[in-house]
Design a binder for this molecule. Sequence first.
Ligand code: AGP
Length: 611
Amino acid sequence: MCGIVGYTGGRQAAPVVLDGLAKLEYRGYDSAGVAVSDGDGNIDIKKAKGKLKILFDLTDGGKSFNGTCGIGHTRWATHGEPSQNNAHPHCNDEHTIVAVHNGIIENYSQLKDKLTRRGYTFYSDTDTEVATKLVDYYYKKHGEPLKAISEFALHARGSYALAVLFKDFPGEIFAIRKDSPMVIGVTDGGALLASDVPAILKYTRNVYYTDNHEIVLLSKDGVAFYNLDREEISKTPTLISWDAEAAEKGGWEHFMLKEIHEQPEVVRNTVNYFLHDGKLDLSELQLSEDYLKGVSSITITGCGSAYHVGVVGQYVIEDIARIPVRVEIASEFRYRKPVLGGNELVIVISQSGETADSLAALREMKQQGVKTLAIVNVLGSSIAREADGVFYTKAGPEISVATTKAYSAQLIAMYLIALKLAEVRGTVGAQQYSSFKRELTELPEKIAKVLETKSEVQKFASQMMDKKDVFFIGRGVDYAVSIESSLKLKEISYVHSEAYAAGELKHGTISLIENGTLVFGTLTQKALAEKTVSNLVETASRGAYVAVLASQSVEGIPENFKKVFHIPDTDEHFTASLAVVVMQLFAYYLSVLRGNDVDKPRNLAKSVTVE
Ligand code: AGP
C-alpha cells in the first residue's frame, strides 16, 4: 500500500517528510518522491524509482530542497508500472498544484476522458495524475482550494488519502480522505499528516483520525477540519500511547492481528481495482478475452495457503464458468508428468512470488509451452516476472508469516477470474452475473461484521486451550475453508490438526475421535449442510466436542452442538472469504494464549525459497 506524509511548520520540510516516509517503508513500495514549497510558493518536486535511499541520496537527505512546507509519497504501484514518470508527487501542467495519493480512483478513466475533452494532457499512467488535474480543473473554475477539493470528492469515486499543495497558498497543505487511512498531528509551530501513526509519532502523540470526506487544512498555526460543504467541524485528538515498534503495527499487538483487520480494505481495494462502474476489467492480466473463451482446462498450483486458495478456485470456477479445473500442490506437480489439455491455462498462486516449488512448477509449464497466469502480491517478484500474465493482488506487504490478508485477496482473484471466464463464455445469465458483482462489492462490509465477533472467538479459544487434536471438516467450499483453517491453527498455535472432507471422515480417521476431541464443522453450503451435520453428529456420538461455523440462514443445527458461530449470508461461492476470518482469529488467539511468537512461528519462513 502507498504511504503519504506531509509537514508544514518552522523546520525545513524535506528531512521531516523523508523521515516520515522511512517509517512507512513497512507498507512496501517501488518508488518515492517529495515536493516542497518555498516561501514564495514555488514547488520543487524530486522523485525516484526504487528504494527511499535513492531519493535520500538524490536530495542529500532533503537538504537540496528549500522550504518549510512539503508532502511526500512511497508508491505501491496499482495503475502503471513502477517508474519515475508514475512516481508521486504528481502536478498540473503549470506546476502550481502538486499532490500525493494513497488509494484507487475507480472512475479515473472516465475522469481522464472528461479532462482530456477539456484540453488536459497526461504524462503518466496513474489515477493520481488524473486526481491532481481534477483538483486543478475545479480550482481554475472556483479559485478556492477547499471548493476544489470538495468538488474533487463529489466527482471521484474509490478510495483516497490525498494531500495537495497550492502555489497560491504557500505554507498550507490541503488534504482529504475516503476509505484510505490518514492521520493528522499538531506539533509545536506546525502540523503533519500521514497514512499511519509511525510517520508522525516522533513529533506528536496527539493524533486526529480523519473520517471519510473530511477536508483538512494544515498550516504552521495548526489544523482545521471541514465537511464537504466547507463548514468547519471540530475533532478531538487521540493520545497515542504506543511505542514506535508497536506503532508500525498500528497499535495492534501483532502484525497478524493488524493484517486480519486490514482484510476489509484489502478486499475492497482488490475488487475495486478490477471491478468498477459495473465493468470487470482484467485486461492487465495480458490474457485476451478470445484466449479465455478458448481455454479447455485449468490447472491451479501453489503451496500451503496459496494451494488452499486454489481449492476454493476449483469449486468456484467449475461451477460458474463450467471449465474443468484441477488443483495441484506445486512440490508434487513440478515432478509429475502431467497430461495437459489442448488449451490448458496454468495458474500459479503465490503471495511472495518467490516460493521455490511454485516457481519451479511455473518454469516447467513454460518449458512445455503452456500459458501461465500468476496471482501474486509482491510487485516484480520472480513468479510475476516469468509468468505470461499477472494478477497483482492489492494486499500491500504482508509481514506476518501466517498469511491472512493476502489469502483473502487471492480469493478475490479466483472469484474475478471465474466471473471473467463465465462472462466471455456466456455460462451465467445477466441477472446472476450482476448478483455476483454486487455480492463481491458487499464482501468488505461483511468481513468487517465478522471481525466484530472477535471477542466471542477469543473466549472460545481460551476454552479450547487444552485441546491436543482438532479436526476441521466441511463439504465443497467448506472443505476448502477447513484445510486453510487447519493450517492456520497448526502453523501458529502448534496444536495438531487435520482437515477432512466431511464425508471422508468415516472412512478411517473417525477412529481418532475420542471424548472431548474438538471437531470444527463449517456449514455455508446449504445443499450440503444437512450431510455435514450428520457427519458431525457421528463424531458427537463418539464423544467429540462439536463446534460449528455456519452462515446466518443455515438451519438444522442440533442443540447439543457445543458452540455455533454465525457469519453473514453471502453468495455461496464467496463464503470462504467470511468463514476464514473466524478461523484466522481462532488460530491467532490460541497462539497468543499459548505464548507463541505469533508473527514469526518456529521453523517457518515468510517465503520458502528453498525446495
Ligand atoms: C501460510 O500461512 C504459510 N505461511 C504458507 O503455507 C504459505 O502460504 C506458503 O509457503 C506459500 O507461500 P507463497 O504464497 O508466498 O508462495
